[in-house]
Design a protein around this ligand. Structure first.
Ligand code: H2U
Ligand code: ZN
Length: 348
C-alpha cells in the first residue's frame, strides 16, 4: 500500500505559522450522531429601528449615527484598547511579565442596509468598503504608538457577532498581535533565504496544481490552503507581491472586491444560509522596520462543518494536542469551487 493524502491519516505543515494539522480522511465515512438543529428563518428589514448600526439610530453610548449612505466608521464605544493607557511594565519575577498596550478600536459599517451582508452586496459596493479599509489603515497608522492595524469581521451569531447589520472591526495596537508575530518570522526567514515572498512561491505552486483553487481573477486567488484547519477555511492572496491593501492599485482593488464577492457568495450557497465566519486581512506592520517580506492576504475561518447548524469545535485532542480535520482541503475546495457563483437569494 502506498501512502495517499486522500486515504491515510497524516499531518500537514503550515509554513506561515509553523504549526501542524492532523488530517484524518478515512473518518469521513464514519456515522454521524451529533447534534442537528434547524436554523431559524432569516428575514431582516432594510432598516431596523432597534439596530445601533443603522443610519440615524442612537448607539449604546447615546451618540447618534449620521444618515450615512455607503460606509460609516466610528470609534468602538467599548474598545478593547485605549490610546491614553500609561506606558509601563510589570515584571516582579521573570515568570510574571506584563506590558501596557496602547491602541484604539473602530467599527466599520459596510452599508446603510441592515439586511445585507458582504455576500449580498455587489462588487462595486464592496469596492467602497475596500477603499474605506485603506483610508482607515492610513489614518490609524499615522496615530502615535500604533504598531499594527488589523481589519477583521466576525460574521454571524455563531461567531459571536453582536449584530447582523453588515459591519467589521479594526483594532489598532502598539505591539504585533500573536498571529502576526508567527507569520512575520516565517515570511522574513523565507525572504532572507530565497529572496522571494513565501506566499508568491506558494501561489505559483497552487496555480500550477489547481486542486485547492476556488476562484482566480486578474489580481487575486482564493483557495483552501494545503494546511487548513477549519473545514472550509480559505485564503485570499494577492498575485502581485504587495505588503498592504493600501499598495493595491485601482484595478487590483476591484479584483479584491470581486474575490470577496465570489468567495462569500459560494460560502452562503454551501448550506443556503448566511454563512458565519471570522475573517481578516494580514498586512505589514505600521511600526518602523523592514517589512518587505510581508505578502498581503486574508484568512477566512468559518466554523461550520456539515450543515447550517453542525459546527466544528476545536476541543479535546485539538486543544491539548494538535488541531485535526476529517474532510481534506482538496475535498473542501472541490465543493466550494463547484457551487454556483450567483447568490441563492438572487438566483432566478
Ligand atoms: P461584533 O458584532 O463583532 O461584536 O462588533 C460590534 C462592536 O460594536 C462591538 O465591539 C461595538 C461593540 O463593542 N458597539 C459599539 O461600539 N456601540 C454600540 O452602540 C454597540 C456595539
Ligand atoms: Zn442595522
Amino acid at each position: 500500500m502506498t501512502f495517499s493524502l486522500s486515504d491515510h491519516p497524516h499531518r500537514r505543515f503550515n509554513p506561515l505559522t509553523r504549526e501542524w494539522v492532523l488530517v484524518s480522511p478515512h473518518r469521513t465515512k464514519r456515522p454521524w450522531q451529533g447534534q442537528i438543529e434547524t436554523p431559524p428563518a432569516e428575514t431582516r428589514p432594510e432598516y431596523d429601528p432597534e439596530c445601533y448600526l443603522c443610519p440615524n439610530n442612537v448607539r449604546a453610548n447615546g451618540e447618534r449615527n449620521p444618515n450615512y449612505t455607503s460606509t460609516y466608521v466610528f470609534t468602538n464605544d467599548f474598545p478593547a484598547l485605549l490610546p491614553d493607557t500609561p506606558e509601563g511594565g510589570y515584571a516582579p519575577h521573570p515568570l510574571l511579565r506584563a506590558e501596557s498596550e496602547r491602541g484604539t478600536a473602530r467599527v466599520v459599517c459596510f452599508s446603510p442596509r441592515h439586511d445585507l451582508t458582504l455576500a449580498e452586496m455587489q462588487p462595486a459596493a464592496i469596492r467602497l468598503v475596500v477603499d474605506e479599509w485603506c483610508r482607515q489603515y492610513e489614518e490609524l497608522a499615522a496615530m502615535p504608538h500604533i504598531g499594527y492595524v488589523l481589519v477583521f469581521e466576525n460574521r454571524g451569531a455563531m461567531m459571536g457577532a453582536s449584530n447582523p447589520h453588515p459591519h467589521g472591526q479594526i483594532w489598532a495596537s502598539e505591539h504585533l498581535p500573536q498571529q502576526i508575530l508567527l507569520e512575520d518570522a516565517s515570511q522574513r526567514e523565507y525572504w532572507q533565504i530565497h529572496g522571494r515572498s513565501l506566499l508568491a512561491d506558494y501561489l505559483e505552486v497552487e496555480l500550477e496544481r489547481g486542486e485547492r483553487l476556488i476562484h482566480v481573477n486578474e489580481h487575486f486567488v482564493v483557495l483552501v490552503p494545503f494546511w487548513a484547519v477549519w473545514p472550509f477555511e480559505t485564503m485570499l492572496i494577492s498575485r502581485r507581491h504587495v505588503s498592504a491593501m493600501t499598495e493595491l492599485d485601482d484595478s487590483e482593488r476591484d479584483s479584491l472586491a470581486d474575490a470577496l464577492h465570489a468567495l462569500t457568495v459560494r460560502y452562503d450557497n454551501l448550506f443556503r444560509i448566511s454563512f458565519p465566519y471570522s475573517a481578516g486581512f494580514h498586512v505589514r506592520p505600521t511600526m518602523a522596520g523592514d517589512w518587505t517580506h510581508w505578502h498581503f492576504h486574508a484568512h477566512f475561518y468559518p466554523p461550520l462543518l456539515r450543515s447550517a447548524t453542525v459546527r466544528k469545535f476545536l476541543v479535546g485532542y485539538e486543544m491539548l494536542g494538535t488541531p485535526q480535520r476529517d474532510i481534506t482541503p482538496e475535498q473542501a475546495a472541490e465543493r466550494l469551487r463547484s457551487l454556483p457563483s450567483v447568490h441563492y437569494k438572487h438566483a432566478t
